[in-house]
Design a protein around this ligand. Sequence first.
Ligand code: AMP
Ligand code: ZN
Length: 133
Amino acid sequence: MKNDCIFCAIAAGEIPSFKVYEDDLVLAYLDINPFAKGHTLVIPKGHAANLIEADDATLAELIVRVKKIAAHIKAKLGCDGFNILQNNGEAAGQTVRHIHFHIVPRWSGDPLAFENSKGDMKALEALAAELRM
Ligand code: AMP
Ligand code: ZN
């Protein structure tokens, strides 16, 4: 766990999150400022800043969890597709320096705008309960 890392603090349960999935290695929770309904972040519990710093074994496990969680969200929400995003470095829009995959549900014809919206905490809480695996 890295001091001053907000996603490490979430993984440790020190900061609350709208949890969707958890196992020994991985935690998934709703993005509090979502691009779309069901926008979920998947992180390894152990700290690594980005894709390059993450170890291969963790990455291999992580992407399989991303697949499983995305399939579950797609089935639950009935979205038509989803984007997987993973930003590395400030120049690429990374704001939290703990590796995470974004799962962004998409509906046919929705506007392609990867922009944060202000999350409604009550709605996020209800949605997390609906999506929890
Ligand atoms: P990135 O730009 O790839 O670093 O994405 C970071 C994402 O984390 C943004 O979409 C934020 O809305 C989201 N985020 C930041 N703090 C939290 C938090 N405490 N809980 C859930 N999502 C968060
Ligand atoms: Zn961290």
